[in-house]
Design a protein around this ligand. Sequence first.
Ligand SMILES: NC(=O)c1ccc[n+]([C@@H]2O[C@H](COP(=O)([O-])OP(=O)(O)OC[C@H]3O[C@@H](n4cnc5c(N)ncnc54)[C@H](OP(=O)(O)O)[C@@H]3O)[C@@H](O)[C@H]2O)c1
Length: 263
Amino acid sequence: MSKKVYVITGGSSGIGLAVIKKLINDPSNQIISFSRSKEKIERALMDLEETPDNLEFYEGNVCNEDDCLRFSEFVKKNHNYINGLVNAAGVLTSGGIENISYAQWKFNLDVNLNGPYLFTQNLIPMLKAAKGASIVNVSSIASMRPGRSVAYSVSKAGLDMLTEYLAGEFAPYKIRVNSVNPGFVRTNIHIDNQIVNSKEEYETMALEVARRNPLGRAGEADEVADLIMFLLNEKSSWITGSIFKIDGGTLIENDFLPVKKKS
Ligand SMILES: NC(=O)c1ccc[n+]([C@@H]2O[C@H](COP(=O)([O-])OP(=O)(O)OC[C@H]3O[C@@H](n4cnc5c(N)ncnc54)[C@H](OP(=O)(O)O)[C@@H]3O)[C@@H](O)[C@H]2O)c1
């Protein structure tokens, strides 16, 4: 198998796109992105400046059974095996049980938890065929400490357990499953999901995040992609079932940290 095949859900934006930017540099990699909207794919293509020969954008919804089945048939026909799968597609709705509707709750659980389950399930034969595949789920530190969204936190907590469960279930096939759990990372997620309504509001939120962060800044998608690349690579061949925080120290805030003044 000289060619390596990588599937990235949510590859049209943010962390998924940052992973793609690293993978496309090696012409022996074949990358397939899976996401819903044409607009975001076009935005990603503008960002990439040109479409590399080794990248395809496939349109589909991770929580739609027909889309996932159609996609698995497409991969089987064209590639037959998958060396790396990154489940990065995700949505975010802000609020607690008094603020968000049952439909919004279900939407978050569907995309962030049922999506990775369904999408991965459809690709099992191709993951097995690679004889040493790596799956990386993109979760969040919101899975470990309640954030500002009950639905998002619960969906990501479920995803962490899915990571651990699948790591055990897939170990006999030498398929590794790990999770990367970022803190606040500068991507389109907050604007595209209407958490904030303008670029100005976004910058205010990012400044507040940076003020409270022990390392004094928000994260970049490129930094999260570096960790994902390590987990996709054979250099991490003895790592499975692990949950990696990448948050500039957000979750280790304690009394020993110097108090930061509001500017
Ligand atoms: N940015 C952060 O601060 C942060 C922090 C912690 C964790 N994360 C996690 O990191 C992952 C990536 O987030 P990001 O910040 O890169 O977000 P982003 O820039 O908004 O990108 C999200 C990607 O997911 C795709 N997507 C959303 N729903 C989908 C669905 N149902 N089916 C297929 N694709 C879908 C989007 O495209 P379409 O909408 O066109 O489908 C887009 O390509 C998410 O799982 C998120 O929860 C992000």
